[in-house]
Design a binder for this molecule. Sequence first.
Ligand code: ATP
Ligand code: MG
Length: 241
Amino acid sequence: MKDIVLKDVSKSYDGLTVVEGFNLTLEAGKITCLLGVSGVGKTTILNIIGGLAGSQGSVSGVPERISYIFQNPTLLPNMTVEGNLDFVLRSQIKDKEERKKIIAEAIQNVGLSEFAKAYPYQLSAGMAQRVSMARAFVYPSELILMDEPFRGLDVATKARLLEYFLALWQKSKKTVLLVTHNIDEAVLLSDKILVLGGRPARISAEYFLNSDKFARKLSDKDAAEVFGKIYDWFAAVTPKS
Ligand SMILES: Nc1ncnc2c1ncn2[C@@H]1O[C@H](COP(=O)(O)OP(=O)(O)OP(=O)(O)O)[C@@H](O)[C@H]1O
Ligand SMILES: [Mg+2]
């Protein structure tokens, strides 16, 4: 796996310059978080990396196969949990039995074995998001792009989801870009946090967290310090409207 590098990237929408001369590196096998207020350009940058938005400048190291996890789990409503996972795996692995094994393990990894034959409408939002995560990890991608995947979930549900996510990630060590405006999940999951601010957006601060992510707590000294610094920085930002 290669690092993903954006060099001198610019993107405008009808005269609105979201990024200009923007540089960013996603280290291979690490979790990097882009943290910033609404409208700063997080999704735009994620879409540039995923090839969903055109841009000027250089974007290198992006693998062919990418998994996405969005705020909305985007499950296919007419397929079971198993079926949704099989849908992304079918084109990649021809052997049905092999697919079955991989899918059963992934569903077990997110604690949903009893719901393998359930349809999306029978799942809670947190459960559906767990399926979306399992799907992102069964697909043989090297990069996972996540756009606000934990938004709108209560603290307990989110805490469990973070655990499930880390357990899946630990087994695969895929490169991850997490885009969010929530400081807590950024601090709990990331190897590196990039704070985005301004227009055009630029990286205002960079934080590295080296502690074991499985044991990490917001009350840990280093995590609390990073949380506090980022919170204070955001609190001092004046909203545009
Ligand atoms: N397709 C588009 N056409 C025109 N303007 C756009 C388009 N997509 C985004 N923008 C503008 O670009 C800016 C950055 O948007 P973007 O969606 O990247 O922000 P964001 O940081 O992801 O915000 P949020 O946290 O609300 O999701 C915004 O001002 C937005 O209005
Ligand atoms: Mg967005």
